[in-house]
Design a protein around this ligand. Structure first.
Ligand SMILES: Cc1ncc(COP(=O)(O)O)c(C=O)c1O
Length: 425
């Protein structure tokens, strides 16, 4: 690999064809910023990703050059901010191949979107005794909202368990597509195991049985090009910050045929055509506006769209191939450690998410030692306690790889792990 010599980040397009890891890394100013970050092996990408210069510049430009209220002003820069915000929505519409931008709702995060659907779609139609299905590998964001609505309605939260190979045991989920299933919600990619679920097959089956299905794509967007029309899901969520965009903004996709079935949860400015002294007189604005109460997040939406453009420029297929190659390097190196147990199935390393624990060293201690060596990993339950309970562990170390990582980052992690073993010997 060519060593990174440039401190000046460059355009993603220049970096991507063919994939040049050094040039891709050079798109991210953080790796050139100061002594600490220049040497950083950032392997915590499943938690949040770093931001390329193109995203930072787009956001800076929005705030610096046309900062003004979206959908609320009649002067030129206000019209510009409205137009740019709606352009960003169109970029997101194209990014997931949605039919209409009415389906694209900007909100705070994937978490926000799941809460909206659990409480604004499912709860009003959920009856006692019905089943809501999730999987054993869900993040709390795609678990607690369903647990909450089941508890409120007297419904049952049912769980698709795992097979020994770390994949979903769909055949063992008896009654998954039965008449009393009110909803299915599952992640595209597990944030702990890295397992990629066959969401296309599950959505197809759910559609055949007319069961609403939500896909949590929070961990999928860098390495998978998702087309919601052929996926035929009812709902899909993801967050910008895990795909090189800013924190504080996410996307909720609502399929066109479901747009009239979801009650807005956040009420306030910009989401009604009319209101007066009684609630009954209130007329919601058309989607997506009825779901975006409050002042829109202009810089967030602009940064989100720039992140999509960055991902497109790199190419999700190329990103996946590169990330896979590094993940395999890490996986194989970890196999040499007798006391290390891997949770990630080898077949799913392409997600770049590798979770493991050490028989003798607590995950937090490992993460501390790695952190001192300049290797950023996550340690803990990863907001997936039902999954960790299944494996009978309280915490794991999770290394998650992205497009700007290098083979040197993998070596740095392995060196730190060896060092940890000498410290705890
Ligand atoms: C699979 C999955 N779903 C949902 C979330 C929640 O994302 P956010 O915190 O951006 O709402 C995460 C975050 O780690 C995740 O990994």
């Amino acid at each position: 690999m060519t060593p990174i010599t440039r401190a000046e980040p460059i355009a993603a397009e220049e970096a991507a064809v063919p994939f040049d890891a050094a040039k891709v890394k050079a798109c991210f100013p953080i790796f050139f910023d100061n002594a600490l970050t220049r040497k950083l092996s950032y392997l915590d990408n499943a938690a949040t990703s770093q931001k390329p210069l193109s995203v930072l510049q787009a956001m800076d430009n929005a705030v610096r050059s046309y900062c003004s209220p979206v959908h609320r002003g009649f002067y030129p820069i206000a019209e510009q901010s409205t137009q740019r915000y709606e352009q960003a929505r169109q970029t997101l519409t194209d990014f997931i191949s949605a039919k209409t931008s009415a389906s694209i709702i900007f909100n705070a995060s994937a978490t926000d979107g799941i809460n909206q659907i659990a409480k604004g779609f499912l709860l009003p139609r959920l009856s006692a005794g019905q089943n809501v299905w999730v999987t054993r590998m869900e993040h709390h964001a795609n678990y607690l909202p369903w647990l909450f609505v089941c508890d409120k309605a007297g419904a049952n939260l049912r769980i698709i368990e795992l097979s020994d190979n770390g994949e979903l045991d769909i055949d063992g989920a008896h009654g998954l597509f039965a008449d009393n299933t009110a909803m299915i919600a599952l992640s595209h990619t597990s944030n702990v195991l890295g397992t990629n679920n066959d969401v296309y097959a599950l959505c197809k089956k759910a559609r055949e049985h007319d069961i609403p299905i939500l896909i949590d794509a929070a961990q999928a967007m860098v390495t998978h090009s998702l087309d919601v029309e052929s996926l035929s899901c009812d709902f899909l969520v993801f967050s910008a910050h895990k795909m090189f965009g800013p924190t504080g903004i996410g996307l909720l996709y609502i399929a066109p045929h479901r747009l009239g079935d979801v009650q807005p949860l956040r009420l306030g400015g910009g989401m009604v055509d009319f209101t007066a002294d009684t609630f009954a007189q209130t007329i919601w604005s058309e989607p997506p506006y009825c779901f975006e109460a409050g002042s829109p997040n202009l810089a967030g939406a602009i940064g989100f769209a720039a992140a999509c453009e960055f991902v497109n420029a790199i190419g999700q297929h190329q990103a996946k191939q590169y990330i896979s190659s590094l993940a395999l390097q890490l996986y194989q190196a970890l196999l040499d450690f007798d006391r290390v147990k891997l949770l990630t199935p080898l077949k799913h390393v392409s997600s770049g998410i590798i979770s493991f624990y050490h028989d003798d060293i607590h995950a937090h201690d490992l993460a501390h030692i790695m952190g001192d060596a300049g290797v950023a990993v996550r340690a803990g339950h990863h907001c997936a306690q039902p999954l960790l309970a299944h494996f009978n562990v309280n915490s794991t170390v999770r290394a998650s790889i992205s497009v700007y990582n290098t083979p040197e980052d993998i070596v740095a992690l392995i060196t730190a792990l060896r060092h940890a073993q000498t410290v705890f010997a």
